[in-house]
Design a protein around this ligand. Sequence first.
Ligand code: AHR
Length: 507
Amino acid sequence: MVTYNKAGMRLDRDYRIGEVDPRLFGSFIEHLGRAVYGGIYEPDHPEADEMGFRRDVINLVRELQTPIIRYPGGNFVSGYYWEDGVGPPEKRPRRLDLAWQTLETNAVGTNEFVTWAQKVNAEVMLAVNLGTRGPDAARHLVEYCNHPGGTYWSDLRKTHGYPKPHAIKTWCLGNEMAGPWQIGAKPAAEYGRLACETAKVMKWVDPSIELVACGSSGRGMPTFPEWEATVLEHTYEHVDYISLHTYYGNREQDTPNYLAHSLDMDDFIKTVISVCDYVKAKKRSKKTVYLSFDEWNVWYHSNEADRAIPRWSFAPPRLEDIYNMEDALLVGCMLITLLKHADRVKIACLAQLVNVIAPIMTENGGKAWRQSIFYPFQHASLFGRGQVLLPVISSPVYDCKDYSAVPYLEAAAVWQEEKKELTIFAVNRDWQGELVLETELLGFPNFHLVEHLVLEHPDLKATNTKDHPDTIVPRANGQTKVVDQRVTSVLNKLSWNVIRLRQIQEE
Ligand code: AHR
């Protein structure tokens, strides 16, 4: 007897959630562990370019086509003097980084990072320090980066070898300012006032920039969501986005429960949208504040090992999570969740990019390779740009420890008008067997299958390593049939699926 589950999805060409902002596929590099030193930058490495950046890492980052990369933190930014990282390298001070209790040489700073970002075809999303600093340092940094010339800070940039402005568009007003672990953490009203005054002067220097105010560092914070409401009361007309951060882990080794955590992310997003719109209503404002989910990922594997790192080491292997197959599935579910909110979530940053809770790992002096989570992120970034359709989904459900009625199917569909491509992203959370997905296309005639990519592994704890980098890799061997406007796909148990369809053009 065949024991498979069935799920259904109806997609209508005219029913859409919204346009994907390419920044939804952003990432993050912090001065933390081996993200910068030993990750993107290693002057003694055989693959180092003329600036000391690893070419092998640049090539892997390019494969992800991530359009924006947040920098320089994270917790690090709350004690950072950006002036330390510009100008002649030999004059740059070595500092204690209190956020991660490490030594910071400042060999890489804003100009080097902007240059590296250009090499990987990404913009930079720059965070300013609102922990130990304020409006003055922030406005000077905007002037240094974005003003064409003829002023102290813009001319200083020129003397540092950067005649053209960096034209940084997206800026974060600090990082996780609600968290007691943050250098210079503040109550919401105090941060709200500081963020407002900082936002004003930054935009007075360059009115074209966009600003992200700090939301809570997670929905588990005791001050959530009052923090968001208070911060927005102070900043609403001066900022464009409010940030969200979340990390999940499978500490209890309960896979059905773990894979349901994207429901928590979904609820988090909905709550923050409600808070934004409540403040909008209260202020009788015509403006909409959007969401910047600028830190999200799985983070727990490295927690224990990190406790043993001695203080004041330089670029220690910190937050080096080794991701397995089930992590890739949750990352896939989180990507689908972000797509489903493409109308309000305009920026999202997979935290982080290299070595630190990252899709890309490196060995100092040695190899670089792709972790399991690399692939769902890459697929979403490559094929998830366009209009997200509003799907009507029916799926069998299950109950688990923290959630009830969890659909076995997590899915979203994106229509790329110019390429005439429709891509269905789907995770089968079912650990017991395959799921047959029947997708009905309304107003979408003449499609054929381009490919059905599948990421799966019989061992959910399998990982990619330096010596076995291809244990978890996608294969274009998925079973999908298209008959008229009906697409039938077999979603293997515990698999990530990318079903790429293209419309045959009428002659
Ligand atoms: O991404 C790692 C850290 O997580 C960041 O520095 C901080 O913002 C968050 O708590």
